[in-house]
Write a protein that binds this ligand. Structure first.
Ligand code: APR
Ligand code: PHB
Length: 391
């Protein structure tokens, strides 16, 4: 097999990249190790930044998002039983976010790729990227019980944190920056209308809680738990009890309960691999960086990376100049590090660290009080949450 761009991974990064290249008249092949059902039902975050919404619309991939997505103009911070709403448009000159699950983005992009795009091979596991330093890189993969080779001009590793593409970069050229956290999120889906019309991020002495949603009738909620927590160790009753305690306020707000249809524990880490390019191999999305989910940046960073690559390759194909391809890693990393900083700040401000001292706890409350009382601090949060500019 031969193509211009070999894409490893059919998560948001790989699928959107294939769409962008198709629209630019550049052929690609997507190799995805799992089956379609797995990719379309893997529960992940659900917040699209303004920039991501704009990219999906421009790629003619936003029709169902615009029909079914929920535009949100703010979030609520909850601490010390106080409630403070952050007004996104008022603080950012009109930007908002869209609540539309990553699973739905992937379903939309898969349908478009199968209908209009190049080959998307499911259950096709990339085994290795070869010849990244040459001008004829290749991906060795296994599909339908046979090993095969995809010859490319470029390879983009969109294969997530556990993929193979990053391993093709010599260790002597790799620099890794990471932090792991002693806690994770116990996430649940519940068949009950959300108890608030916007997301609620709660800092509580018992730990962090997040109220989110998937639709007007489906809630998505999270509890901070120790990193090694087994989701099955928590009963539905215990989950609701703990959510109520951490989301408590000094007014008459109440948390509606309903049947929990799914629960799982997500670990937390901050991770950046530099560089994001080696020869003809480019890394995008979780293959290159991970953020704790507190800032809802993961999918949106992946979008920025693949938009940057697609623009750079289109430029090269039209002008012969590789200047944007050569700048890919630096261009992406500038935005990645701003998102890492924002996600780290949100995580350390809102979560209870097991080793926290009373001084640390007062600092958290002082940071939240500053946001609630200072427009400049509130604006920094609103700008980070609605997204850093792409490119
Ligand atoms: N060969 C082929 N496909 C692979 C391989 C491989 N060797 N290894 C992993 N994959 C696939 C995975 O099955 C997955 O579908 O690559 C895809 C990577 O998708 P994501 O992990 O979703 O990463 P990305 O597309 O960068 O999107 C980042 O997804 O995981 C969330 O929180 C993350 O929201 C963020 C977003
Ligand atoms: C979600 O709805 O899954 C979600 C929302 C906001 C976050 C993380 C996850 O910060």
């Amino acid at each position: 097999m031969r193509t211009t761009v070999g894409i490893i991974g059919a998560g948001p990064a790989g699928l959107l990249l294939a769409r962008l290249l198709h629209n630019a008249g550049i052929d690609s092949v997507v190799l995805e190790s799992r089956d379609r059902a797995y990719v379309e039902h893997r529960q992940r975050a659900g917040i699209l930044e303004q920039g991501t919404v704009d990219v999906l619309r421009a790629a003619d991939a936003g029709e169902r998002m615009d029909r079914e997505g929920l535009r949100h103009d703010g979030i609520e911070l909850r601490f010390d039983r106080r409630r403070h709403r952050v007004d996104f448009p008022g603080l950012t000159g009109g930007r908002s976010v869209m609540v539309y699950a990553q699973t739905e983005v992937c379903k939309d992009l898969i349908a478009l790729q199968l209908k209009e795009g190049g080959p998307l091979l499911f259950e096709a596991e990339a085994l290795a990227v070869e010849g990244a330093e040459s001008d004829r890189p290749a991906v060795r993969f296994r599909h339908e019980g046979r090993e095969d080779v995809l010859e490319c001009d470029y390879v983009v590793g969109c294969d997530g944190f556990w993929g193979v593409s990053r391993k093709a970069i010599p260790a002597s050229l790799s620099r890794v920056f990471e932090r792991t956290y002693p806690f994770g999120w116990l996430g649940v889906l519940a068949d009950v209308a959300p108890s608030h019309d916007e997301l609620v991020y709660a800092r509580h002495e018992r730990g962090f809680a997040l109220l989110s949603m998937r639709s007007p009738s489906v809630s998505r909620l999270y509890l901070q738990v120790p990193a090694d927590t087994d989701a099955q160790a928590w009963s539905g009753e215990e989950i609701w009890e703990e959510l109520e305690r951490r989301l408590e306020t000094d007014d008459d707000w109440t948390l509606r309960r309903g049947p929990i249809t799914q629960k799982s524990v997500t670990p937390m880490r901050s991770y950046v691999h530099e560089p994001m390019r080696h020869g003809r191999l480019f890394l995008a999305g979780d293959a290159a960086h991970i953020v704790p989910p507190t800032g809802a940046k993961g999918l949106n960073l992946a979008v920025g990376d693949v938009v940057t690559f697609a623009q750079a390759l289109t430029h090269q194909q039209r002008t012969g100049s590789t200047e944007l391809l050569d700048a890919y890693s630096a261009t992406c990393l500038r935005r990645v590090w701003q998102a890492e900083r924002f996600s780290y700040d949100m995580t350390t401000m809102l979560h209870r660290h097991p080793d926290a001292t009373p001084f640390d706890e007062r600092l958290q409350l002082a940071r939240l009080d500053r946001i609630a009382s200072c427009r400049a601090a509130e604006t920094d949060l609103a700008e980070g949450y609605t997204g850093f500019p792409i490119g």
